[in-house]
Ligand binder design. Structure first.
Ligand code: SF4
Length: 305
């Protein structure tokens, strides 16, 4: 037996010596030729010992076949308890599972893909409802309480970064809006060139738009533009869309459209039902063909014949 990793409890001698019996059990459970060296044992309790064998199967580096054997009090017969494949300390393990919504990265969305949004997606809120008062995403609308602090912090950060703007309603602000504070502005020709370019990159004829469930014009992630180009273009503000931060044609679209699919709430599992009226029988062995030797009874197993 190789140098054993043992707990402080002294392993039962008969169980510790049952290496061959444990190996046979591991070989019966494993594919042929994948049970390697005996690498240790641990005492699990009184007369209960687990033997470990190397797993030589490719892809299971560091895993070990663990075979637990046990012995009844005053019995000399060691019996098999269970055989299982367990990871060792340096085992190659699958990475922890991460939900797809957290795995998703900008740029993952391709033509024909559909990206559902959560019903309570914090990035979206109800549009114009016809009621009095400013639209919910207007700068003068009150943000909801849970968003108020976040919006305030982000507004403050943006104000710090933005160049000093002319006071609203002043002559300078009007002049700025008309382009009068710039030496030159885009000509009609320049506007046409830009519109053609944007339409080619993010327009209705792109494969993404052709496979999209709906167009940008109805999407909650579309930020309208100012000026004459707003009739045909807006800016996409969906981080998962390939057009995030880009000018898109109102006829463009992608699978991340806010209303294309709303993620259903995960179903609540029903409470567990405990049936304590009767005991269920589970056969430990498949039925043997007639004429074969019957397996020993539990009493015989323990040497109480
Ligand atoms: S590109 Fe997609 S996510 Fe962006 S505005 Fe258009 S439909 Fe919405």
């Amino acid at each position: 037996m190789s140098a054993a990793t043992t707990r402080s409890r002294t392993p039962d001698r008969l169980c510790a010596e049952a290496v061959d019996q444990a190996r046979s059990a591991a070989e019966e459970a494993a594919a042929p030729g994948v049970v390697g060296e005996h690498v240790g044992l641990v005492s699990e309790g009184d007369r209960v010992v687990t033997h470990f064998f190397e797993c030589k199967e490719l892809g299971y580096r560091g895993w070990r076949w663990a075979v637990t054997v046990a012995r009844a009090s005053r019995a000399k017969l060691v019996t098999l308890d269970e055989t299982v494949l367990l990871p060792g300390s340096d085992a190659l393990l699958a990475p922890e599972w991460v939900p797809w919504s957290e795995r998703l990265r900008p740029g993952d969305l391709g033509p024909g893909d559909l990206l559902p949004t959560e019903a309570e997606d914090l990035r979206l809120e109800p549009g114009f409802t016809g009621e009095e008062g400013p639209p919910p995403n207007s700068v003068i609308a009150e943000p909801s309480h849970d968003l108020a602090e976040r919006v305030e912090a982000e507004d403050a950060e943006l104000t710090d970064r933005a160049p000093a703007a002319a006071a609203r309603g002043g002559i300078a602000s009007l002049a700025e809006e008309l382009g009068m504070r710039r030496a030159r502005v885009l000509s009609r020709y320049g506007l046409h060139l830009a519109a053609d370019r944007w339409d080619e990159a993010f327009g209705a004829r792109t494969p993404m738009a052709q496979a999209a469930p709906a167009a940008c014009v109805t999407c909650g992630f579309l930020v309208p533009m100012a000026g004459s180009l707003r009739q045909a273009f807006g800016v996409c503000a969906n981080e998962f869309s390939p057009a995030d931060g880009r000018v898109v044609s109102l006829a463009y679209g992608c699978g991340g459209h806010s209303e294309a699919a709303v993620m259903p709430k995960p179903p609540q599992p029903s409470p567990p039902v405990l049936d304590s009226l009767a005991a269920d029988e589970f056969p430990l062995h498949p039925p043997r063909p007639s004429g074969s030797v019957p397996s020993p009874t539990p009493d015989e197993d323990l040497g109480h014949s």
